[in-house]
Ligand binder design. Structure first.
Ligand SMILES: C[S@@+](CC[C@H](N)C(=O)[O-])C[C@H]1O[C@@H](n2cnc3c(N)ncnc32)[C@H](O)[C@@H]1O
Length: 447
C-alpha cells in the first residue's frame, strides 16, 4: 500500500478502525452479483441456479457468490445478473425513485449502477453516459446483455450534455472517476497508479462534473455523488466547495444503511457532511463514499427538439409483416432514431444528440425484409412465437454459445434460443437445423 495513503487513513480512522483496515487487506474480497430484476426475481433465480447464493442483507436481488468463472455461465449470457462489488450497489438506492423519473447516469461504464437505476424507473428512463468511447461500447454491451428496455446510451462530455438538457432530470448520479482507494484490496493497478498529483487532477474533473450537472437537474431534483475512494479532497471537501457556490441541501441517506457504513467527516460545522456515508473493507464491500444533495435553485428551462421520427408507411408495412409472422404481440411503440428502428418502453421524447443506442434496437430492413437485432431478442425475446427451450447444462446451449449450428424441433424461420425460460439469442431455422445468430464478439472462444 502507498505509504502516504496509509498515513492519511491513520488520520481519518480511529486506532481500532485503522487496525481493522490493515487486517482486511489480508482477506480476499467477496464476489457478488446483482439481479436484473426486470427479467428474474430472487425466488426464480434461487430455484434454477446450481451454484451457491448467499443473500446480501438490505439490497434486494443481490447475492454473495463463490463461483469463479461466472462470466461464462449461460445465465450471465442471458443477462440475468451483473457481477458487482457489494458497496458499489448502494449509490443508486439512496433516494426514493419514482417509477416515472428521468435519470442521468453521468459516468456510467461499465454499467452496474445503470442496471439498478433502470430497474427502478420502468415508466421513466435512464440516460447512461460514458465520456470514453471504448468504455461506452462496453456499457452498451452490458445494457444489451441485460436486456434493459428503458436505457439510452451516449458518449459525451458533461459540457456537451448540459447544452442539450436543462432542468430536465429528476436524478443525476455522478459516480465520479476517482483515485480508487477503495479498490486497493482487489486491484493492484489502482495501488500502483495512486499519487497525490493524480488526486489533484481527478478532483478538477469531479468539480467540472458537479458544476455541469447543476443546470441539467430539475429544481428539487437529487444529485447523488459517489466515489470509491476515501480521501476527503475527492469527497467531503469537494461537496463543501460545491455547496459554497450553489443552493443545494444535503439529504439524509436511508438509516437502514447505517449499520454497514460510517458517517461522513465534518470539515466545516456549517455543512452537515456527516450525512454522507462511507464504506470500508472492514465494514462492508471494498469502499465507497456517497452523499445526496437536493437542488434548491432554478435554472432556465429549454425546450427539446425530438430525435425520434416515425417509420415510413413502407417501412412500417415490412415491420408489421415480420411481427405478424413471428411475434405474439404487436403493441410495441416503434420509432426511428438515427436510422435505427427502435422500441420505446413508453411514449417519450429524446432530444437531438448522437447516441450509441436509443432504448432497444429492433432491427433493420434489408432488401425489403426485416432482420431482427440481438438487442431486440435480449429485451423482448419472450414475445417470439418460435422458441427452443434448453436447460443451462444442455450441451446444445454451450454449442450455441460457441457459435455452432445446433439442431432442435422448431419451425423454419427466425426464433429465439431460451435458456431455462430466458432469452439467450437468435437463430434462423431450416429443416430443424438452427443457424447461429449469436453475435461473434460474445461467443465463448472470445471470453
Ligand atoms: C467509477 S467509474 C463508473 C462506474 C460505473 N458507474 C458503474 O457503476 O459501473 C467512472 C467513470 O467515469 C468516466 N470518466 C472519466 N472522466 C470523465 C469525465 N470527464 N466525464 C465523465 N465521465 C468521466 C470513466 O471513464 C469511468 O468509466
Amino acid at each position: 500500500m502507498p505509504e502516504e495513503f496509509l498515513k492519511e487513513m491513520k488520520e481519518l480512522l480511529t486506532e481500532e478502525e485503522y487496525k481493522k483496515l490493515l487486517d482486511s487487506y489480508l482477506e480476499k474480497p467477496k464476489r457478488s452479483i446483482k439481479l436484473q430484476l426486470d427479467k428474474i426475481s430472487s425466488k426464480e433465480l434461487e430455484q434454477i441456479v446450481s451454484f451457491q447464493l448467499k443473500s446480501i442483507p438490505m439490497i434486494d436481488g443481490s447475492y454473495y457468490i463463490e463461483e469463479e468463472k461466472i462470466g461464462n455461465h449461460p445465465y450471465h449470457h442471458a443477462g440475468l445478473f451483473y457481477v458487482q462489488e457489494s458497496s458499489a450497489m448502494l449509490p443508486p438506492l439512496l433516494v426514493p425513485l419514482k417509477s416515472s423519473f428521468k435519470v442521468l447516469d453521468l459516468c456510467a461504464s461499465p454499467g452496474g449502477k445503470t442496471l439498478a437505476l433502470s430497474n427502478q424507473v420502468p415508466n421513466g428512463f435512464v440516460l447512461a453516459n460514458e465520456i470514453n468511447y471504448n468504455r461506452a461500447k462496453k456499457l452498451l454491451s452490458n445494457v444489451e446483455r441485460l436486456g434493459l428496455k428503458n436505457v439510452v446510451v451516449s458518449s459525451m462530455s458533461s459540457k456537451s450534455l448540459k447544452n442539450i438538457y436543462q432542468e430536465y432530470f429528476d436524478v443525476i448520479l455522478i459516480d465520479a472517476p476517482c483515485s480508487g482507494e477503495g479498490m486497493f484490496r482487489k486491484d493492484e493497478t489502482a495501488r500502483r497508479k495512486w499519487s497525490k498529483e493524480k488526486i489533484d487532477e481527478l478532483s478538477q474533473i469531479q468539480k467540472e462534473l458537479l458544476e455541469d450537472s447543476v443546470s441539467m437537474l430539475k429544481e428539487n431534483g437529487y444529485l447523488i455523488y459517489s466515489t470509491c475512494t476515501f480521501n476527503k479532497k475527492e469527497n467531503e471537501e469537494q461537496i463543501i466547495d460545491f455547496l459554497s457556490k450553489h443552493s443545494f441541501e444535503i439529504i439524509d441517506i436511508p438509516s437502514k444503511f447505517d449499520s454497514i457504513t460510517n458517517q461522513g467527516v465534518i470539515i466545516k460545522k456549517e455543512y452537515s457532511t456527516d450525512k454522507a456515508r462511507r464504506c470500508y473493507p472492514f465494514l462492508y464491500g471494498e469502499g465507497q463514499f456517497m452523499i445526496v444533495i437536493q437542488k434548491k435553485e432554478k435554472t432556465e428551462y429549454k425546450n427539446i427538439e425530438d430525435n425520434l421520427t416515425n417509420l415510413s408507411n413502407e417501412e412500417m408495412k415490412i415491420v408489421t409483416t415480420f411481427m405478424k409472422e413471428n411475434l405474439k404481440r404487436n403493441d410495441y411503440i416503434i420509432k426511428k432514431c438515427q436510422n435505427n428502428i427502435v422500441i420505446l418502453p413508453h411514449s417519450i421524447l429524446i432530444p437531438k444528440m448522437t447516441l450509441l443506442s436509443c432504448f432497444v434496437k429492433m432491427g433493420e430492413i434489408e432488401k425489403e425484409r426485416f432482420i431482427p437485432h440481438h438487442q431486440f431478442v435480449k429485451a423482448y425475446g419472450i414475445d417470439f412465437i418460435n422458441k427452443l427451450s434448453l436447460s443451462f447444462d444442455d450441451n446444445r446451449t454451450i454449442c450455441y454459445l460457441k457459435g455452432e449450428e445446433i439442431e432442435g424441433d422448431v419451425e423454419d424461420g427466425y426464433g429465439v434460443l431460451m435458456v431455462d425460460g430466458y432469452p439467450l439469442g437468435l437463430f434462423k431455422a431450416k429443416n430443424k437445423k438452427l443457424k447461429n445468430h449469436y453475435p461473434k464478439g460474445l461467443r465463448y472462444q472470445n471470453n
